[in-house]
Design a protein around this ligand. Structure first.
Ligand code: ARG
Length: 458
C-alpha cells in the first residue's frame, strides 16, 4: 500500500535497522579472544573433540589475521561482528565451524565482548589521565611560588599560586582515576556461559573461560549477566565527570590566553590562526575540549535513556549501547591528549599574573586578619574597617599597601606600620599555611606527595 513512497522493500529496511556491523566491528579483537577462550573450554570439557577445537582455534586466528590486514567486511546481511566472524570461519574450515556456538548465545557473547572492550578503555583512560597529571605536577613544581589572583565569582578574591591552582586539577583527575579503579573492580566478571538468558545444560566451565579472559570470576545470575550494561554506564559516568573537569580547565585556558587576561599563551602546535585576522591565535584545542564535554555527557544520557525500563533479559534496544560508548571513549582520549599537550607546553606570564593579583585588593582579607591577630579586633569589625580602607584606596586609584599610614590610622587608630608587611601578595600567600592552603611550602609538600604517587621520582 505504501510501496510508492519506498524505493526499497521492507526487508531491506529491516536489514539496515538491524545491522550493527557498521559499529560493532570495533569489537573484533574481543570477539575473537572470547571465542577462542570458549572453544578451548569446550575442548577441555569434551563438549567438542580436541581436533575440532584445534581446527576452530586455527580458523579464528586466520580470521583475526585477515581483519588485522584488510579490516572487517561490512555485510548487513550478516548483522553483526559475531555472525560475520562465524560466517568467515565456516568459509575457511567448513561445517565444523558450527560447533563453536555450542553452549553460548550472541547475548552472552556481546556482553562479554563489550565488557572486554570497556575494560581496555578504562585502562587507556587511566594511562592518559596519569600522563595529564604528570604534566600538571611538573608545571605546578615550576610555579609553586608564582603569584596569581585567586577568584571567586570570577572576581579577584585572594592571591594564590599558579602551582596551587594547577594542583587543584591534579586532585580532580585523581578522583576520576579512582572512579576508573572502582568501575574496573566492579565490572571485571565474565558473562560468558550465561547463554541466551537461562544458562545452558552443557557441562561448561565458566570459571575457566573467566580466568582465560582475565576476569576475576563468572557472573552469578545469567538473566542479569546478559542484560546488565552498568559497566558501560559506569564508564560513561566516569567519562562525563572527567569531561566536566577537562572543560573547566579548558575554559580557564581560554580565559587566560585572551588579551585582557594575558596570563598564558597556548603552544603554536595546539592553536590555529584566523583566515581574515592576521593577528589572531585562537585556543581551538581548549575550546574543542570544552565542546567535547557536551557530546560526552550526551553519550551518558543516550545510554541511560536506552536502558531505562527495559524488561529482563536481553532486548535489541541494547544493541544501541555501543555507539555512545565508542564515541565518548574516542572524544575523551583525544581531549585528555590535547589537554596534556597544552599544559605541558603553555607559556605562563607570571609577571602579568602577579600584577593582576596586586591590582584587585586581593590582600584585603590579610588586613582584616592582621587587625584580628595584632589588635584583637573581632573579625566582623575588622571586615568593616578593611572595607573602608578598600573604598578609600579605590577612590584614589591606589593599592592597599600604597595608602599612607596616616590615612589608614584615620580609619582605625589600632593600625600601625607593621601592617604593611602583611599586605604584599607574597606575604599573603606565605601566610596561608593551613593544610591544603596556598603557601608555597604547603603546595610544594603536596607536589612531592603527588610526584611519589605518580612514580615520578623513581
Ligand atoms: N548485535 C547484537 C547486539 O549488539 C548481538 C546480540 C543479538 N542477540 C539477539 N538475540 N538478537 O546486541
Amino acid at each position: 500500500m505504501w510501496g510508492g513512497r519506498f524505493a526499497a522493500g521492507p526487508s531491506a529496511i529491516m536489514r539496515e535497522i538491524n545491522a550493527s556491523i557498521p559499529f560493532d566491528k570495533a569489537l573484533w579483537r574481543e570477539d575473537i579472544a572470547a571465542s577462542k577462550a570458549h572453544v578451548a573450554m569446550l575442548g577441555a570439557q569434551g563438549i567438542v573433540s580436541a581436533e575440532d577445537a584445534a581446527a576452530i582455534t586455527r580458523g579464528l586466528d586466520q580470521v583475526a589475521a585477515e581483519y588485522a590486514a584488510t579490516g572487517v567486511p561490512e555485510d548487513w546481511a550478516l548483522e553483526d561482528i559475531h555472525m560475520t566472524t562465524e560466517a568467515r570461519l565456516a568459509e575457511l574450515i567448513g561445517p565444523v565451524a558450527g560447533r563453536l556456538h555450542t553452549a553460548r548465545s550472541r547475548n552472552d557473547q556481546v556482553a562479554t565482548d563489550f565488557r572486554l572492550w570497556v575494560r581496555r578503555a578504562l585502562d587507556e583512560a587511566d594511562a592518559g589521565l596519569a600522563a595529564l597529571q604528570r604534566a600538571l605536577v611538573t608545571r605546578a613544581g615550576e610555579h609553586a611560588a608564582s603569584i596569581m589572583p585567586g577568584f571567586t565569582h570570577l572576581q579577584t578574591a585572594q592571591p594564590v599560586t599558579l602551582g596551587h591552582h594547577l594542583m587543584a586539577y591534579y586532585e580532580m583527575f585523581a578522583r576520576d582515576r579512582s572512579r576508573i579503579a572502582d568501575a574496573r573492580a566492579r565490572m571485571n566478571v565474565s558473562p560468558l556461559g550465561s547463554a541466551a538468558l537461562a544458562g545452558t545444560g552443557f557441562a561448561i566451565d565458566r570459571h575457566a573461560t573467566a580466568a582465560a579472559l582475565g576476569f576475576d570470576a563468572p557472573t552469578r545470575n545469567s538473566l542479569d549477566a546478559v542484560s546488565d550494561r552498568d559497566f558501560a554506564l559506569d564508564y560513561l559516568m566516569m567519562a562525563a565527570q572527567c569531561a566536566l573537569h577537562l572543560s573547566r580547565l579548558a575554559e580557564e585556558l581560554v580565559l587566560w590566553s585572551s588579551q585582557p587576561f594575558g596570563f598564558a599563551r597556548m603552544p603554536d602546535s595546539l592553536s590555529t590562526g584566523s583566515s581574515i585576522m592576521p593577528q589572531k591565535k585562537n585556543p581551538d584545542a581548549a575550546e574543542l575540549v570544552r565542546g567535547h564535554a557536551g557530546r560526552i555527557v550526551g553519550a551518558l544520557t543516550a545510554l541511560m535513556v536506552t536502558m531505562k525500563g527495559l524488561p529482563l533479559a536481553y532486548s535489541k534496544d541494547m544493541q544501541d549501547d555501543k555507539p555512545p560508548v565508542f564515541e565518548a571513549a574516542g572524544l575523551l582520549a583525544l581531549s585528555v591528549a590535547a589537554m596534556t599537550g597544552m599544559i605541558a607546553e603553555a607559556t605562563f606570564d607570571t609577571a602579568r599574573m602577579r600584577q593582576a593579583a596586586e591590582l584587585g585588593y586581593a590582600t584585603a582579607t590579610d588586613l582584616a586578619d592582621w587587625l584580628v591577630r595584632e589588635a584583637g579586633v573581632p573579625f566582623r569589625e575588622a571586615h568593616h574597617i578593611t572595607g573602608a580602607a578598600v573604598r578609600l584606596a579605590e577612590s584614589r586609584a591606589l593599592a592597599l599597601d600604597a595608602l599612607p599610614l596616616d590615612d589608614l590610622r584615620a580609619i582605625d587608630a589600632r593600625i600601625d606600620q607593621r601592617v604593611f608587611a602583611a599586605l604584599s601578595v607574597d606575604a599573603s600567600v606565605a601566610a596561608r599555611t593551613s593544610y591544603g592552603g596556598t603557601a608555597p611550602a604547603e603546595v610544594e609538600a603536596r607536589i612531592a606527595e603527588a610526584r611519589a604517587a605518580l612514580g615520578m621520582d623513581l
